[in-house]
Design a protein around this ligand. Structure first.
Ligand code: PMP
Length: 288
């Protein structure tokens, strides 16, 4: 909401953000009946676009929500927004809902047109102050529903968790279910053990399969680092030598404190720093 009005995409049209409108009967608004994707932009190019498209299709499929548009169509919209907004570095949000229908719990007929909205956010991703100093996280009970593998627009609990973190002087929250860390409020969570092993939660319905997670784990394995995908407890995290998170907006961001306790020496760790550099270099090469 800066002084310069962005051009956004709404249901087939490119309009100024102040002219973009969605119905009050949109199911995204009434039922959080929608999914989203966030793709980062570096050097005016899209990072891992095929990965985000694939996950979008999966989220839609899990909710029996078809989207009559090809990946090429979606790519063209992303690219046009990059050009129209002169976006060099930042994020593109894609939001799709089941559409507009009389308020009813039952899904409207499949032919109901989807609501599709895309908008950009210009922001420095590489020169990140948080990545340089490392984030402080607090653990919060994971009270989200049990289909966290679907990237729904239902972000109220993560929002509450971030507010709780902020009220405690921290940067973000790590969510804990049955004593084990699932993920961050909007990122995947990792610890590094004494022997150098990188531990992150295995994929299931309790976490989102991060597009950055997949790419970073691939980098780690290529670098001959040991990767273990399993649950880890808060106690194990507190005793770790390093911790970090991954997401499309944060890439690899070190964690230097959990629940007020320093991790390692309380400085961004070498594994996280190395993975961040390698990940950014790889993604810059492959961006489209
Ligand atoms: N988990 C959650 C709950 C998230 O919201 C996100 C960010 N969308 C992630 C993990 C990281 O996913 P990605 O690497 O695809 O951004």
């Amino acid at each position: 909401m800066g002084l310069i009005m962005r051009t956004v995409y709404v249901n087939g049209e490119y309009v100024s953000e102040e002219d973009a409108k969605v119905s009050i009967f949109d199911r995204g608004f009434l039922f959080a009946d929608g999914v989203y994707e966030v793709t980062s932009v570096l050097d005016g190019k899209l990072v891992d676009f095929p990965g985000h498209c694939a996950r979008l299709r999966r989220s839609l499929g899990e909710l029996a929500m078809g989207l009559p548009m090809s990946d090429e169509d979606l790519l063209a919209i992303h690219r046009r927004l990059v050009v129209e907004n002169k976006l060099q570095e930042g994020l593109i949000y894609l939001q799709v809902t089941r559409g507009v229908a009389e308020r009813d719990f039952l899904f409207p007929p499949e032919e109901t047109p989807r609501t599709l909205v895309l908008f950009t956010q210009a922001k420095p991703l590489i020169q990140s102050a948080l990545a340089a100093r490392g984030q402080k996280v607090v653990t919060v009970e994971d009270l989200r529903w049990s289909r966290c593998d679907i990237k729904t627009v239902q972000l109220l609990y993560p929002s509450m968790a971030k507010m709780e973190a902020k009220s405690k002087g921290a940067d973000d929250a790590w969510l804990v279910r049955d004593g084990a860390v699932t993920e961050g409020s909007s990122n995947n969570a990792y610890i590094v053990l004494e022997d150098g092993a990188i531990v992150t939660r295995d994929l299931s319905n309790v976490i989102l399969s991060g597009i950055t997670r997949r790419a970073v784990l691939k980098c780690a394995r290529t670098l001959q680092m040991k990767v273990v995908e399993r649950a880890f407890s808060v106690e194990e995290a507190l005793a770790a030598v390093e911790a970090f998170t991954t997401s499309a907006s944060g890439f690899v961001t070190p964690v230097v404190e959990i629940d007020g306790q320093k991790i390692g020496d309380g400085m961004p760790g070498p594994t996280a720093k190395h993975l961040r550099e390698v990940y950014i270099a790889e993604m810059r090469k492959a961006a489209i």
